[in-house]
Design a protein. Structure first.
Length: 172
């Protein structure tokens, strides 16, 4: 699939086959995660790669209903903002940098035939605190999102999200 159609084709996948993603594919996905742009190229992010079934189930029950698919996922990538590396005069650029890493994870996964869904953590303070506690994160590491990964068992077609009304040309 070419790069443009890969973007149009990506969709949230929440049902997975019972099939493990191999390390080679995960390494490719993580390389893509860090290939994105970041403010001043500070790379103010970090990742926890989760592939242990018990750890995936623990994450699902920690966050709750919206993350149920983690019970069946092959992997989860917990995306963190590393505020110790963030641009000092505008630290919130970390939110953007981590989001761009998330998109690269999902697009590279799709290109490799792997389904994904992004699970929101930041800025929901209760979720942020639960993950900080669970992983005993050092100061400055802030949970941003979880990306659930697995081979799709979801036959749904991708929805077309295009809305002409969102576009403005030259003036509002
Ligand atoms: C910031 C963010 C948080 C999200 N959180 C969840 C979530 O907790 N659970 C879930 O099933 N999907 C979650 N999603 C996925 C969205 O529901 C999904 O992207 C949206 O419905 C569009 O569908 P598509 O990804 O198939 O194009 C999240 C997406 C984003 C960008």
């Amino acid at each position: 699939m070419d790069a443009y159609n890969n973007i149009l084709d990506r969709k949230s996948v929440r049902k997975y086959q019972d099939k493990k993603i191999d390390n080679e594919a995960i390494n490719k996905i993580m390389k893509a995660a860090m290939a994105g742009p970041s403010c001043l190229n500070l790379k103010d992010y970090a990742f926890i790669v989760v592939d242990d079934k018990n750890e995936l189930k623990a994450l699902a029950s920690l966050i709750g209903r919206t993350c149920n698919m983690l019970n069946e996922a092959s992997h989860a990538i917990v995306v963190l903002m590393d505020m110790t590396r963030a641009f000092p005069i505008a630290k919130n650029y970390s939110i953007i940098d981590a989001s761009l890493a998330c998109q690269n994870i999902m697009l590279s996964a799709n290109a490799l035939g792997i389904g994904s869904v992004m699970l929101g953590i930041y800025p929901q303070e209760d979720r942020v605190l639960k993950l900080k506690d669970y992983y005993k994160l050092p100061d400055g590491m802030v949970p941003h999102s979880i990306i659930s990964l697995g081979y799709s068992d979801d036959p749904r077609e991708k929805e077309d999200h295009f809305e002409e009304s969102r576009l403005h040309y030259n003036k509002w």
